[in-house]
Design a protein around this ligand. Structure first.
Ligand SMILES: O=P(O)(O)OC[C@H]1O[C@H](OP(=O)(O)O)[C@H](O)[C@@H]1O
Length: 325
């Protein structure tokens, strides 16, 4: 094993960063690890492993280093609320001693990871009930929560098929058709701009979530809001599959959700753009879908109308996450 892995590396605060945190942060930022749920689990796992090995001479030093690591992970991508929620849950500790706090963080992180996996299973069960035999399901990007419902419906013997959007510019739709193909579910790949051409053949739309605000607004992969608009016009039910840890307590406090602007190189080859001094490129990675275009949000504790987002945050998540802001 590379013995550098056991020593501290650079951090913005104290001149070092544990390799486990650094590698995970880098993989999240470059989208080697992507998907709001997968990002959350990866961050919680990194906090767990970092806490397990962290050397500290005092409680103050231990807490400071945990907070440094938490900040580095949270700052990798600004939109998916699952990331800060997961990191705060995993890294929270109130014990008086370093060893007790270490054990508390490891337990918190492992509980979060276990509950996140169980939540996907419950979303699959609940979401599959909304998918009928012979339904054509349209999905966008690559959402494990949305695919959980689709796969469960297929497992139940429902003769479904899926239309998957390519999801420019990162083309996560290719991940989705691979997953569906390997699962044996018939899939049709379309370019994002073909949604309105096929929506008349669609029986239900199911997408994932990066964040859900207190007023039920959905934040998801760019292009989601256009799909919701077209589903609304075509009277096709538009469902969101989202674990409760993707709801945003901070929006109760008036906080706005920041839409990540990614590199223009994801949209156009720099070689093509270099001679176009009058051209700019915008590459927002997510967009907002208003609650009025959402028929149902499938969570692990039940299917709710978007107007119940406040109840989920207040009663299920509690203020503890928001209080930490
Ligand atoms: O948690 P699950 O349902 O897998 O994914 C939720 C959402 O996260 C993804 O973002 P990105 O591809 O990481 O930018 C997509 O927007 C997807 O709908």
């Amino acid at each position: 094993m590379d013995d550098r892995l056991s020593i501290n590396f650079w951090s913005p605060y104290t001149g070092y960063m544990h390799r486990r945190i650094f590698d995970t942060a880098e993989k999240i930022q470059t989208m080697e690890i992507r998907g709001a749920g997968r990002i959350a689990v990866a961050a919680a796992s990194a906090i767990r492993d970092y806490a397990a090995e962290l050397q500290a001479d005092s409680m103050e030093e231990f807490s400071r280093k945990i907070q440094e690591a938490a900040d580095v992970l949270i700052n990798t991508r600004p939109t998916a609320v699952s990331l800060p929620n997961a990191v705060r849950i995993a890294s929270s500790h109130s014990s008086g001693s370093v060893e007790e706090s270490r054990a508390e963080i490891i337990e918190n992180a492992e509980n979060f990871i276990k509950q996140a996996q169980e939540a996907l299973g419950r979303i699959g069960e609940i979401g599959a009930r909304r998918i009928r035999d012979s339904d054509v399901v349209l999905t966008h990007c690559n959402s494990h929560a949305a695919l959980a419902a689709i796969k469960k419906a297929f497992d139940q013997g429902k003769n479904i098929s899926v239309i998957a959007t390519e999801s420019r510019p990162r083309k996560q739709g290719l991940l989705t058709i691979k997953e569906l193909n390997d699962y044996g579910i018939p899939a049709t790949l379309i370019v994002d701009s073909a949604v309105r051409s096929v929506i008349k053949d669609v029986d239900i739309v199911i997408v994932g979530a990066d964040a859900i605000a207190v007023n039920g607004t959905l934040v998801n992969k760019i292009g989601t809001s256009q799909i919701a608009l077209m589903a609304h016009e075509a009277r096709v039910n538009f469902l969101v599959a989202a674990e409760t840890y993707k709801f945003s307590p901070d929006t109760i406090l008036g906080q706005l959700i920041d839409i990540e602007e990614r590199s223009k190189d994801e949209v156009i080859d720099p070689g093509v753009l270099k001679d176009m001094e009058n051209v700019t490129v915008k590459n927002p990675a997510f967009d907002f879908t208003p609650a009025e275009y959402i028929d149902l949000i499938i969570t692990e504790i039940g299917a709710i109308p978007p107007g119940m987002a406040y109840t989920i945050i207040k009663e299920h998540l509690g203020w503890k996450l928001a209080d930490l802001r």
